[in-house]
Design a binder for this molecule. Structure first.
Ligand SMILES: [Zn+2]
Length: 192
């Protein structure tokens, strides 16, 4: 979908959206392909403070240039759009997982890093320290549910098209503090 449609579907799901700078054209398309998209990936940031979190996700850092996702979901539930197109969020993951996402079947273990995830997934970074203690406010979890559901609704996908980074790339632990099974159940109910 176009950047404008991306914005529209998020707003239509009832989300409060903050547009950050030139997000519509801020991407890594010069470094590799973007699309066809097959799913939505959820992350935690390991950062504190919304302003710093959004800045890091937009700009990235020397070893990993931004954007680091498409939308940053803050503790207050607002979605900050920082990029659109290819983004450095998913890294290399498991082709068996990608096939399961496309087929919307149960996920196999992610034990290979052989597939470019930045090509195939929308990415949302969620403001959280990721230490298992930092709370996930209800309004933030609701925003994750809505953002993922909005994209699924547009593409005609179901909740199995939404995965956590930890289900994609060996060694990743995000998101930590809620289960993706619980989030997929919420998304399924919202789409029902
Ligand atoms: Zn991640």
């Amino acid at each position: 979908m176009s950047a404008s449609t991306f914005l529209d579907v998020l707003k239509s799901e009832g989300l409060t959206v903050v547009q950050v700078g030139d997000w519509r054209t801020h991407n890594r398309n010069h470094k590799g392909p973007w699309g066809p998209v097959h799913g939505v990936m959820i992350h935690h940031t390991v950062t504190k403070g919304t302003a710093a979190t959004v800045r890091i996700c937009r700009d990235g850092y020397a070893a990993l240039p931004g954007p680091l996702c498409h939308g940053v979901i803050a503790k207050d539930g607002r979605v900050h759009l920082v990029g659109y197109g290819r983004a450095n969020h998913a890294g290399s993951g498991d082709d068996d997982v990608l096939r399961a996402v496309i087929a919307e079947k149960a996920l196999p273990a992610d034990n290979e890093a052989n597939t470019d995830g930045n090509r195939y997934f929308y990415g949302f970074e969620c403001e959280n320290l990721g230490d298992g203690k930092d709370p996930w406010p209800a309004v933030q979890l609701e925003a994750i549910e809505k953002a993922a559901a909005a994209i699924c609704r547009y593409h005609g996908w179901g909740a199995p098209s939404v995965i956590g980074h930890l289900e994609w790339q060996p060694g990743k632990i995000d998101p930590r503090g809620f289960t993706m099974a619980s989030m997929r159940a919420r998304i399924r109910d919202r789409l029902a």
